[in-house]
Design a protein around this ligand. Structure first.
Ligand SMILES: Nc1ncnc2c1ncn2[C@@H]1O[C@H](COP(=O)(O)OP(=O)(O)OP(=O)(O)O)[C@@H](O)[C@H]1O
Length: 572
């Protein structure tokens, strides 16, 4: 064994000072700034080993990785924002809009929050720590083999056992994390649902049931959390078997002292080498353990981020992939040629069957029929929210698929059943405040808008306006867009009789007085509102059963006549 020589005391003092500084700096100064110089490992190193090159290298690598950690955190945060952006964008432009029929808003917002954070955790923390520990573990293990391959094999065996337990533990954590994220998303769904429908909940007195529904999700979460803790405890105890009370009594140390002591007695090994060996082996085991810990965290993140990646991989709608043709002049001729359709979420149930319908420019066509007969689905296809399963839709004689979808949508005005957004929403042409006000006046919305505290600057939320007011805003929006094809889907259902009368007149004038041709498609349950339409299309169970004007349809005494009679009976 090497004797202490002059100057060694400075190494010992330096070691102590370094350890003190390391403890102090860990408390007061960001770790990554100090770790490279004053890490606890370098203090230990100076105390016990003098300047071994490998040790310095390890300390340096530890420092560099600690330093890099700050950068990784920033990168992680940047990636978090990027992932959130990508997820929202890919969801907004996705081709299969029926995705939203399966996923709820609460579910998506949960993915956006918790799941995206997990993705950033992988990048910002886990990957960096794992690579640091792999480097440290491999470095120390290499040096252990240089010191004594027999003793190194003992340490390698322990590391191998830890790595095996780590693999199983990691797999479990990945599964558990996925379940946790899914259940959290469900819990968010329940909460969102209840808060959105709070009026219904109050009216029906179902507060307790809703609370219990939420509690059920939380209980599931607590169960998984408990199982996770037990598994983590088992994993930790497997480590403690090898390192009991870290740094004091160690099983590895005991084995090393036993085998190493025998080697020293036999003169194959020096005491200095044994000391180095014990500390290096401890270091390599700690590196394996830390790696395993980070691995399980990585697996948790991977499990939790699966849904985010699935969302980002959604196929975007065609209009976001390719342009398509823009017609110079759109006359508003719409033709459904043998169109059949079923919703992607209900593939076995046909909603439209062999629809053939040609709508001429400047024509007002009303679509009527019982609830669920497929009226809104026709509009959904025309708005290109879905694609026909067979057949095609032609616009001015061009297959709709070949046209630039964004351009086409700008030319379609849509007044839906309940849609709350400001008047200028989605209007691409240049407009002034006067244009907005004029449209609002024409739609009989100016009066109530002016009485709002912020007037035209009001942000329109769901709870602010009545059904009729929302419809008037939607009509004003359609007027402002000045579309070539106007679709009114139950656009006047919530209006009082007087407003409805004026709005109907306005829409009529809007079509006639305009210099350009404008096609109007109206869906209405109240048949009195569509009597003046040029043609009325009667639908039943996804098929067109009658076409003609009001008088013609009454004279054939078919489905339309039946519907009209039932409605007038109800009124009487
Ligand atoms: N997103 C959807 N996913 C699956 N099925 C749907 C979807 N939307 C509508 N359906 C189904 O398609 C059929 C036609 O619905 P659609 O909304 O077109 O009827 P409608 O005639 O407009 O009814 P209403 O007059 O009540 O608005 C119905 O059976 C309905 O259940």
């Amino acid at each position: 064994m090497r004797q202490l020589v002059a100057g060694d005391q400075w190494i010992i003092y330096g070691g102590f000072a370094s350890l003190l500084l390391a403890s102090f700096s860990d408390l007061c100064i960001p770790h990554f700034l100090t770790a490279s110089i004053f890490s606890a490992q370098s203090g230990e190193a100076m105390l016990f080993y003098r300047n071994t090159k490998i040790l310095l290298l390890l300390c340096l690598s530890s420092g560099i990785f600690s330093g890099l950690r700050g950068c990784f955190f920033s990168i992680g945060n940047m990636i978090l924002v990027k992932r959130m952006r990508e997820m929202v964008y890919s969801t907004l432009i996705l081709q299969d809009i029926s995705f939203f029929d399966k996923k709820t808003v609460g579910n998506l917002t949960s993915r956006l929050g918790a799941d995206c954070q997990q993705v950033s955790q992988v990048i910002g923390n886990d990957l960096n720590l794992i690579s640091r520990n792999i480097l440290q573990g491999a470095g120390t293990m290499g040096y252990l083999f240089v010191l004594s391959w027999q003793l190194a094999l003992t340490t390698l065996g322990i590391c191998f056992i830890l790595a095996t337990v780590m693999t199983f533990h990691g797999r479990y954590q990945k599964k558990a994390a996925k379940s946790i994220q899914d259940i959290t998303a469900n819990a968010n769904d329940v909460a969102q649902d209840v808060f959105t429908l709070i009026r219904t909940v109050r009216v029906f007195g179902t507060e307790k049931q809703e609370y219990e529904r939420y509690l059920k999700c939380l209980k599931k979460l607590a169960d998984i959390g408990l199982r996770q803790s037990i598994v983590y405890g088992l994993w930790n105890s497997s480590f403690s078997i090898f390192i009991i009370l870290p740094r004091f009594v160690s099983m590895t140390k005991a084995i090393a002292v036993l085998v190493g002591g025998a080697s020293i007695m036999a003169g194959h090994f020096s005491a200095e080498q044994l000391t180095k060996f014990i500390l290096y082996s401890e270091w390599s085991i700690f590196a394996t353990w830390r790696m395993a810990d980070n691995w399980s965290s990585l697996m948790q993140s991977v499990g939790a981020s699966q849904e985010v990646f699935k969302l980002m991989d959604l196929r975007p709608a065609k209009e976001f992939l390719k342009g398509g043709e823009k017609l110079q002049n759109l006359t508003g001729c719409v033709e459904f040629a043998n169109v059949s359709f079923h919703y992607p979420s209900r593939k076995t149930i046909p909603v439209l069957e062999n629809i053939n319908l040609a709508i001429r420019p400047n024509e007002v066509v009303a679509i009527v029929g019982l609830s669920g007969s497929g009226k809104s689905t026709i509009v959904n296809l025309l708005l290109n929210l879905y694609e026909p399963t067979s057949g095609q839709i032609l616009i001015d004689g061009f297959p709709m698929n070949d046209l630039d979808k964004k351009w086409l949508r700008e030319r379609i005005g849509y007044v839906g059943q309940m849609f709350t957004r400001n008047i200028s929403y989605g209007c691409t042409r240049k407009i002034t405040h006067e244009d907005v006000e004029l449209a609002a006046k024409q739609a009989f919305a100016h009066g109530f808008i002016s009485s709002l505290p912020n007037g035209y600057e009001t942000l329109v939320g769901d709870g602010l306006l009545s059904g009729g007011q929302k419809q008037r805003i939607a009509i004003a929006r359609a007027i402002l867009r000045d579309p070539d094809i106007l679709i009114l889907d139950e656009a006047t259902s919530a209006l009082d009789a007087e407003s409805e009368h004026y709005v109907k007149e306005l829409l009529h004038e809007f079509r006639i007085s305009s210099k350009k041709k404008r096609t109007v498609i109206v869906i209405a349950h109240r048949l009195s509102t569509i009597q003046s339409a040029d043609r009325i299309v009667v639908m039943d169970a996804g098929e067109i059963v009658e076409v003609g004007n009001h008088r013609q349809l009454l004279s054939i005494n078919g489905r339309y006549a039946q519907l009209t009679k039932r409605q007038s009976d109800t009124i009487d």
